[in-house]
Ligand binder design. Structure first.
Ligand SMILES: CN1CC(C(=O)N[C@@H](CCCCCC(O)(O)c2ccon2)c2nc(-c3ccccc3F)c[nH]2)C1
Ligand SMILES: [Ca+2]
Ligand SMILES: [Zn+2]
Length: 378
């Protein structure tokens, strides 16, 4: 196929399924797959698809999904529907299906699409046909081996990392969703081949409730899990200062051979479920910082509930990944009305929530996190 290079000569593979945005969690549910349709339309309106190799992803098979998940759990996901779910009422709680993780029409097809895309995207890196691989429908970091959690049913990230581990000795997972990447941390808690790093709000109550700084891994995996617990309202400068100093030290010590970046957009200001003050520029700055290490990079989506800003964020980050500057004036397209009244790519998002992260807190946190890294034989 024709090589589609861009200024940095990185080959960027982009996975999008035309149907994935049509699935619906339910009326009052904050997770809206329609944000993926908005994102893809913005990517195309900005002509970014011309800088990438675009693929329709394959659906994951049951066998591939059972590489991580328990057969009984997958069998349940496969069979339960809104019509027959009353016959499964006793297993509902066992598999944690219900209000956060509802049974909706086509739920398991949705899982096969986003998981197949993450595995296809990982394969583009392992077979050397891309330097960067993007799947905005993936990044569902809460799903556990035998349990749905936090709007996540199948953990596509674990499946994608399994694919990378077939080819690379060490994989680094980075998670900038406002929620702790507990499902991925748990899956790799006892191994030193995957280092998981999550930046998130932490106060003991905020979902999922895990992700304190003392969760550092176990057994041979000790010191290969890193958590950066934050308070409400963190601003651009503090977040970027912390992100860059921590990730620089992590990459220099762990020396990963590939990186997976979960770009949950609920860490942006004005998010419906979030409480940080990040701008789209700052969120994107994290993506650019990781990209600039020029290691094979798998970029995934995640949370994000003010969907006009999720689309802005992931389209902007797509432009960073293909090294193509885009205008702050959004191009006209079918969904332009979602972006009124400003019709800009970078609206003002911060200032809604008071920043509870004092300069002292950030300084101490940075010192404590870097101290943990001293145990890595790097
Ligand atoms: C007893 N139950 C657990 C408690 C809880 O507070 N769950 C969180 C779950 C938040 C999930 C965040 C998902 C994610 O952004 O991290 C994500 C999604 C995909 O990848 N990452 C939550 N649910 C909701 C919610 C659910 C249904 C309807 C309305 C809601 F507000 C908001 N926040 C309630
Ligand atoms: Ca996180
Ligand atoms: Zn989240």
């Amino acid at each position: 196929s024709k090589r589609v290079a861009n200024h940095s000569n990185d080959i960027v593979a982009y996975f999008h399924d035309e149907e994935v945005g049509n699935y619906h969690y339910g009326e009052r549910h904050p997770m809206k797959p329609h944000r993926l349709t908005l994102t893809n339309h913005l990517v195309i309106a900005y002509d970014l698809h011309k800088k990438m190799e675009v693929f329709q992803p394959r659906r994951a098979t049951d066998e591939e999904i059972m590489d991580f998940h328990a057969p009984d759990y997958i069998d349940f996901l496969k069979r339960v529907t809104p019509e027959n779910m009353n016959n499964f009422s006793k297993v509902f709680s066992r598999y944690n299906v219900g209000d956060d993780c509802p049974v909706f029409d086509g739920m398991f097809d949705f899982c096969k699409i986003y998981s197949g895309a993450t595995m296809d995207a990982a394969r583009k890196l392992t077979n050397g046909s891309a330097d960067i691989s993007i799947n905005w429908s993936g990044g569902l970091h809460h799903a556990k081996r035998v349990e749905a959690s936090g709007f996540c049913y199948v953990n596509d990230i674990v499946l994608g990392i399994f694919e990378l581990l077939r080819h690379y000795p060490r994989v680094l997972y980075v998670d900038i969703d406002i929620h702790h990447g507990d499902g991925v941390q748990e899956a790799f808690y006892a191994t030193d081949r995957v280092m998981t790093v999550s930046f998130h709000k932490y106060n003991g109550d905020f979902f999922p409730g895990t992700g304190d700084i003392d969760e550092i891994g176990s057994g041979i995996g000790k010191h290969y899990s890193l958590n950066v617990p934050l308070k409400d309202g963190i601003d651009d400068d503090s977040y970027i200062y912390l992100f860059k100093s921590v990730m620089e030290a992590v990459i220099n010590s762990f020396r990963p051979s590939a990186i997976v970046l979960q770009c949950g957009a609920d860490s942006l200001g004005c998010d419906r479920l979030g409480c940080f003050n990040l701008s789209i520029k700052a969120h994107g700055e994290c993506v650019r910082f990781i990209k600039d290490f020029k290691l094979p990079l798998l970029v995934l989506g995640g949370g994000g509930y003010t969907i006009r800003n999720v689309a802005r964020c992931w389209a902007y980050e797509t432009s960073i990944l293909v090294d193509h500057e885009v205008s702050n004036d959004l191009p006209y397209h079918e969904y332009i009305d979602y972006f009124q009244p400003d019709y800009k790519l970078h609206p003002h998002l911060s200032g809604k929530v008071e920043n509870m992260n004092t300069k002292q807190y950030i300084r101490n946190l940075r010192i404590k996190v870097l101290e943990h890294l001293r145990f890595l034989n790097g």
